[in-house]
Design a protein around this ligand. Structure first.
Ligand code: UDP
Length: 240
């Protein structure tokens, strides 16, 4: 289909759950390889791709906080470290098929990855490298969706492409309601008022305030990542 948008620089958000696929382990190498292949096909066309990875496949701070004295901040730091594991896995996969990729972490782990330096990230993108942002925002109590909105605004990317395990946003929970309808477009307002659990409020508010459109789409359908990056109609578009 004909692209609706011509993105020049995109921020792809890959949740931890999406990385898990249907693999018994935390990460499905088939999923990371398909992400790598699809990203490769668009970077060849000159589109700049930055990625924020989640960590929910390994550790989610909010579900562990309170367990045997684990405070929320400590739990969240573990969660952020989980995103670094995913980032390194994804980087290694991308480089195995020849895509130059840099990981930048929100807090220093300089033996493992570069620290986040905005101008340096932009320079990498301009040189055609993929940049993976890991460790979320670097702060407990936030999510990697918020990190995606934040990094998108910082590096002047034009859109957040949120890759998930569902086709997009429905008007009701499709697992519970067989008549739930997949929505083509949504306003930011719809997301914040209708409790559609697309993104947390911090993340969606950040997108709204900076006029960043968000596309929610299913990464497990072959071709969807490249379609989303190429600006073709896929999933649900949030904006306006
Ligand atoms: N996290 C955090 N601050 C951030 C981003 C993430 O504390 O800026 C922690 C938080 O504990 C979260 C975990 O890292 O549960 C994994 O991130 P997230 O749940 O956003 O991953 P996803 O849902 O995308 O897999």
């Amino acid at each position: 289909s004909k692209p609706l948008y011509k993105w020049r620089r995109v921020l792809l958000k890959v949740s931890g759950e999406a990385l898990a696929g249907d693999h018994a382990q935390n990460i499905d190498p088939k999923v990371t390889m398909s992400i790598a292949r699809e990203v490769a096909s668009v970077t060849r066309l000159g589109i700049e791709v930055a990625i924020v990875v989640g960590g929910g496949n390994i550790f989610r701070g909010s579900s562990w906080a309170g367990c045997s004295g684990l405070d929320r901040s400590s739990a969240d730091y573990i969660g952020m470290l989980a995103t670094v594991m995913n980032a390194i896995f994804l980087q290694a996969t991308m480089e195995s098929i020849g895509i130059p990729t840099r990981v930048q972490t929100a807090f220093r782990m300089s033996e493992v990855a570069e620290p986040y330096i905005r101008r340096r990230a932009i320079r990498h993108l301009e040189k055609g490298r993929v940049v993976i942002f890991a460790a979320g925002t670097g702060n407990p109590f936030f999510t990697t969706d918020t990190a995606a909105a934040l990094r998108c605004a910082e590096i002047n990317a034009e859109v957040v492409l949120k890759a998930t395990n569902v086709d997009g946003v429905y008007n009701d929970d499709p697992r519970l309601n067989p008549n739930a309808v997949l929505l083509d477009t949504l306003s930011y307002q719809d997301v914040t008022t209708k409790d559609l659990s697309v993104m947390d409020l911090t993340a969606i508010t950040m997108c709204q305030e900076n006029n960043i459109p968000v596309v929610v789409f299913n990464l497990s359908k072959p071709g969807n990542i490249s379609k989303a990056i190429l600006g073709e109609r896929v999933g649900t578009l949030i904006g306006g």
